[in-house]
Design a protein around this ligand. Structure first.
Ligand SMILES: Nc1ncnc2c1ncn2[C@@H]1O[C@H](COP(=O)(O)OP(=O)(O)O)[C@@H](O)[C@H]1O
Ligand SMILES: Nc1ccn([C@@H]2O[C@H](COP(=O)(O)OP(=O)(O)O)[C@@H](O)[C@H]2O)c(=O)n1
Length: 255
């Protein structure tokens, strides 16, 4: 299942980003490196992470998919997210009964429940509405964190607390923002609801997620509002090239 996890470093060594100053030793340098890209809902985290990871020739890891998958299992088990007594225990029971695997491909992350691929089911309005209720639970967060920390670096990790709680030792950290209206306009291309309804839901989710959405003190905060997708990717790649020395320090020790 993990085939394809490691893309060749061709793009980094020979592609357009060679002009950012990546040397011939880049492949060696990226061993053990973790770059974190956190931010609010629909700020561009997964698209930007995918672009940065592809340019670097490493995978990206979408932590939100694990929270979404836990939410899907809870809903499929018929749990009422507002009424169930000890919902956290019930969700953990579902996580124990099923095998969820995050496949962090550079071209896009996939999630499997046993042999069933559930990725397509994770980006619905129903999951959007429920996920922050599940994500606030400490033992669910611990379950997600354990899965993420078990992944072999190098990778780009995106979510809310990648640069704070999960990988505080990351080599480089970024945090994406944009106004609720801009984010709603972007997300409207992916959801059936109209822009005001999406904006209200995003704002509500930011509020529910407030415990885990503070940027790391050492993260570079990027307002993506005035930038297109490629502009954000290029900005991050240029900052990484400038802080080349940060990437020479592996986040995780490699043998
Ligand atoms: N800077 C940007 N300019 C325009 N559209 C963007 C930008 N960043 C992301 N998008 C688009 O916004 C939508 C949400 O982006 P996504 O990467 O899913 O955000 P997140 O992972 O933060 O929820 C996608 O359709 C994506 O293509
Ligand atoms: N590291 C993370 C990632 C996601 N989450 C939760 O999971 C939800 C979905 O995250 P996501 O990144 O898939 O959502 P979007 O920002 O893509 O809409 C968030 O609203 C948070 O409730 C979290 O708590 N911590």
């Amino acid at each position: 299942m993990t085939h394809g996890l490691w893309r060749s470093s061709y793009t980094v060594l020979c592609g357009p980003y060679a002009s950012y100053g990546w040397g011939a030793a880049v492949r060696h340098r990226l061993r053990g490196v973790i770059v974190t890209i956190d931010g609010v809902a629909a700020s561009g985290k997964s698209s930007v992470s995918g672009g940065v990871a592809s340019a670097l020739g490493i995978p990206y890891v979408s932590s939100g998919l694990l929270y979404r998958a836990a939410t899907l299992l809870a809903l499929e088990a018929g749990l009422d997210l507002h009424q169930t007594a000890d919902l956290e225990a019930a969700v953990l029971q579902e996580l124990a009964r099923h095998t969820l695997v995050l496949e962090p491909l550079a071209a896009g992350n996939r999630v499997w429940e046993g042999q069933r691929e559930i990725t397509e089911r994770l980006h619905s309005t129903r999951i959007d509405k429920g996920v922050s209720i599940i994500a606030v639970m400490p033992r669910v967060r611990a379950w997600v964190d354990d899965q993420l920390r078990a992944l072999p670096a190098p990778f780009v990790a995106e979510g809310r607390d990648m640069g704070t709680a999960v990988f505080p030792e990351a080599s480089a950290k970024f945090y994406l923002t944009a106004s609720p209206r801009i984010r709603a306009e972007r997300r409207a291309k992916e959801r059936p609801e109209d822009i005001p309804a999406i904006e209200a839901a995003l704002t509500r989710r930011d509020e529910l997620d407030r415990a885990q959405i503070a940027p790391a003190p050492d993260a570079l905060v990027i307002d993506t509002g005035p930038l297109d997708l490629q502009g954000v990717i290029d900005l991050i790649l240029s900052k990484l090239a400038l802080s080349n020395s940060a990437l020479s320090k592996p986040t995780h020790q490699t043998s």
